[in-house]
Every structure is written in structure tokens, then in C-alpha cells.
Design a protein around this ligand. Structure first.
Ligand code: CTP
Ligand code: CA
Length: 227
């Protein structure tokens, strides 16, 4: 209700935000995951909501709490996240900040794997659906603005520029997550915004400020046609 009463320049705009890691089960007690805290995604959701957007926040098992006043859809796996995104469409924009696991265990065991004398289990992997690419390339119901994130450890602009084209999204918010930057799991972010016009380097700033700036340009893009 709070979200519906909210005024602001994004009033009446429905925006999907994915966030957090995904967990891919190995067996009922074990999983494969990554170091995403979900902080940047939560900050983006909060900033969009502050501008009046109706936010559907689809989150994997993050360490940060989801923002108040947004519709929260908790998921665990990449496939659950994709189903939740499909169910949340149509939307005016989508911001895909989740660190989706690229692979899942092909045949997760429904019983706990046990130690045996025959040695260790061999895990086979299957590729997860690419949620961002699938949404970006939808024949029908593609949000007017699709924003992806790209965490890279090297050649950030080159990789993210190629990624933007490969995925078919409008913008990529890229960042350098190599361990020396301390960005993964930290409170600050240094991003490069990749659009059709090229790369724009933003200074390192708190994740809330990255989110506020991103929300502002999303707002501008939704009020005027995207170049
Ligand atoms: N993404 C997604 N679904 C996936 C993988 C990624 O929706 N299965 C989204 C992420 O949320 C992010 C963007 O795609 O917005 C880029 O994710 P990234 O992991 O950097 O890209 P990949 O295509 O998986 O490439 P890489 O090999 O670098 O991991
Ligand atoms: Ca990936």
C-alpha cells in the first residue's frame, strides 16, 4: 500500500529488480553459491522506490535485508528466479543486479551424499538459463529499458561492452570485482556505465549513491525515448 501511495517521477512505473546470489543445490544440505551480498541490488530497489516506482524485488538468498515497501519475491535457484521474473512481467523496466549462478548441478541428489570407500562424488554441471538475455530478446513483453550488471575481474570495459551486445540489453553497469578492489561484499562500488553511446566511468562511491544515480538516469530514460 505504501508503494501505491508513493508519489514521485516514477509513479505508475513498474520495475523489476533482481538481486543477490542464487543457490544451486548439490543435495538437500549442500549448495553452490557466490559471494554476492545483494547490497547493490537492494540499494537500487530502494532508490527506484524512493522515486515512486512500483518495485518487484526478486532476490536470491542475500545477506542484506530487502527494502521495506517493495514487493519481495524470495527465490533460491536461477531457474526459480527466471520463473519469478516471467511472472512479474510486464514491466516498464528491469534491472538485473543478481549474481546468477551460471551452472547448476545437473542431477542434484534428493538424499544427502555420503562418504564412501569408493572416493569422492563427481559433480556434473548444466548451464542455467540466462535470465537477462531471455528478457532482453523477448519477442513480446520486453520492458522498454533493460539494465544488466557485469562483474568482471579484468578488461572491464571490453568485456562489458561485448556482454551488452551479446545479451541484447540496453545498458550494462559494469564493475571490477577483482579481490584487490574490495568491492565484492563491500559497501562501495566503482562502476562503468555501458550504453549504445559508449562507456562512462563513475567515481568510486557508496553503493547507495551508485543506486541513486542509476535510478535518476532510469527515470530520465523512462520519461523520454531511449537513445
Ligand atoms: N545474468 C542472468 N542470468 C544468468 C547469468 C547472468 O540474468 N544466468 C545477468 C546478471 O544478473 C547480470 C548479467 O546477466 O545482469 C551479467 O552477468 P555476468 O555473470 O556478468 O554475465 P555472464 O553472461 O554470465 O558472463 P560471465 O561468463 O562473465 O559470467
Ligand atoms: Ca555469470
Amino acid at each position: 500500500i505504501a508503494a501505491q501511495l508513493q508519489a514521485g517521477p516514477l509513479k505508475g512505473k513498474r520495475i523489476i529488480v533482481t538481486s543477490g546470489p542464487t543457490h544451486e543445490p548439490i543435495d538437500p544440505v549442500r549448495y553452490i553459491a557466490n559471494r554476492s551480498s545483494g547490497a547493490q541490488g537492494a540499494a537500487v530497489a530502494r532508490a527506484l522506490q524512493a522515486l515512486g516506482a512500483e518495485v518487484v524485488f526478486i532476490t536470491g538468498p542475500a545477506t542484506v535485508r530487502p527494502p521495506e515497501g517493495v514487493q519481495v519475491v524470495p527465490v533460491e535457484t536461477a531457474r526459480e528466479m527466471q520463473a519469478a521474473v516471467d511472472a512479474a512481467l510486464p514491466a516498464d523496466a528491469g534491472v538485473f543486479a543478481a549474481a546468477v549462478a551460471d551452472w547448476r548441478v545437473a542431477s542434484a541428489s534428493d538424499r544427502k551424499l555420503k562418504k564412501t570407500k569408493d572416493g569422492m562424488p563427481r559433480l556434473e554441471f548444466a548451464e542455467n538459463p540466462d535470465i537477462l538475455r531471455d528478457v532482453s530478446t523477448r519477442a513480446e513483453g520486453r520492458p522498454g529499458l533493460v539494465v544488466g550488471f557485469a562483474a568482471e575481474t579484468n578488461d572491464v570495459v571490453e568485456h562489458a561492452t561485448a556482454k551488452r551486445l551479446r545479451k541484447g540489453c540496453d545498458w550494462i553497469v559494469a564493475n571490477d570485482v577483482s579481490p584487490a578492489t574490495g568491492i565484492m561484499g563491500g559497501t562501495e562500488n566503482a562502476v562503468v556505465l555501458i550504453t549504445a553511446d559508449g562507456a562512462q566511468h563513475w567515481p568510486r562511491m557508496p553503493k547507495e549513491q551508485v543506486a541513486a544515480r542509476l535510478a535518476e538516469i532510469i527515470c530520465n530514460a523512462l520519461s523520454s525515448p531511449i537513445s
